[in-house]
Design a protein around this ligand. Structure first.
Ligand code: PAF
Length: 327
């Protein structure tokens, strides 16, 4: 009996000394959808590098790239359950966890990478990150993928009529689905791990993703046409699991936060680069590429007017206008 009490006392003392982080988990399983040499891989490696340096190697990152832990929705669910510690993820499924995120998925809302970065790094973006707590998640920073473009095997796209009835894979994202439905396509949500085989088998005609993804995944091997539609900015997010976070000391939390900030810088630098060089690379690999003119883009924007009515209802016109007006 006495022995047991002494044992308990020692544990309690140690827990106090270590700020309650006695049993903190030190293996960080980090899952992401793309390869180690993608913008996700580069950011995950930077995150690890900074955390390792700041904590004297206390944490070991175990990487699961290329959807090694399943689709993005499954990985986020893993974070909620505490079976996965960290992820870098698109906003594809995030509005299913935190509805407010959906406002950042609205097509033709962001004008440029700089515009998007200013909004997401500013009060609007930071307020959305704060909402993840109530979903059992800790959102440390906004990353990004770039502007999404359409690839397909059916025909080149210049007008909304060119996507009429086109079987387009979208992310599991109601905001994107509404837009493509309004534009007259035949969109279908699909988890990323199924996309390449569905394109190969011809069960879908096309998909949409930023150059960062199209280049790093080599979508040119399964898609003929690339239309630079830039129809929507594609944010990403660096998330950690709440049970994991709550076991960290304040110093460890600071290391993860600094790491996330530097990871985002690396990710944005990658995206800046591929936005410059990606089109040439894809042309060299044999894709037929066309870029929408400003007038053609305006026609696509007009084709999704009815979806915009829904966005105003869901997210509030004031917020959407405020984002658009951000300098
Ligand atoms: O299209 C998607 O689902 C996402 O953009 C991807 C490729 C999984 C990266 O997050």
């Amino acid at each position: 009996m006495f022995k047991m009490m002494r044992h308990t006392a020692i544990i309690a003392t140690l827990a106090t000394v270590t700020g309650g982080a006695l049993f903190a988990q030190t293996e960080v399983k980090i899952g992401y959808a793309l390869a180690p040499d993608s913008h996700y891989g580069v950011a995950a490696q930077k995150w690890e590098e900074v955390v390792t340096a700041e904590t004297d190697g206390k944490f070991t990152f175990r990487h699961f790239p290329s959807s090694g832990l399943g689709g993005e929705r499954e990985v986020v669910e893993g974070l909620q359950l505490g079976t996965v510690e960290a992820t870098i993820v698109s906003t594809g499924t995030l509005s299913n966890f935190v509805p407010a995120t959906g406002v950042t998925d609205i097509p033709f809302l962001f004008r440029s990478l700089d515009h998007a970065r200013r909004v997401l790094d500013g009060p609007i973006g930071q307020d959305i990150l704060g909402e993840f707590d109530s979903a059992g998640l800790v959102a440390l920073a906004w990353g990004e993928q770039g502007f999404r473009h359409i690839t397909n095997n059916r025909n080149a796209i210049q007008t909304p009529e060119d996507i009429a009835g086109m079987k387009l894979r979208t992310m599991e994202n109601p905001v994107h689905l509404d837009a493509f439905n309004a534009a007259g396509a035949a969109p279908g949500p699909m988890a990323w791990p199924e996309v390449i085989s569905s394109l190969q088998q011809g069960t879908i005609d096309g998909q949409e993703n930023p150059l960062s993804v199209i280049v790093s995944v080599k979508l040119d091997e399964v898609q003929k046409y690339l239309t630079l539609s830039g129809h929507v900015y594609s944010p990403a997010m660096l998330l950690v699991s709440k049970p994991f976070w709550e076991g960290l000391s304040d110093e460890d939390k600071a290391a993860f936060e600094t790491g996330a900030t530097e990871a985002v810088a690396a990710m944005r630098a990658y995206v800046d680069d591929v936005e410059q060089s990606g089109v040439e690379t894809l042309k060299e690999r044999g894709m037929e590429v066309n870029e929408l003119t400003e007038d053609q883009k305006a026609a696509f924007r007009a084709s999704i007017e009815s979806a915009y009515e829904g966005y105003y209802e869901t997210y509030g016109k004031e917020l959407i206008d405020q984002i658009a007006a951000t300098e």
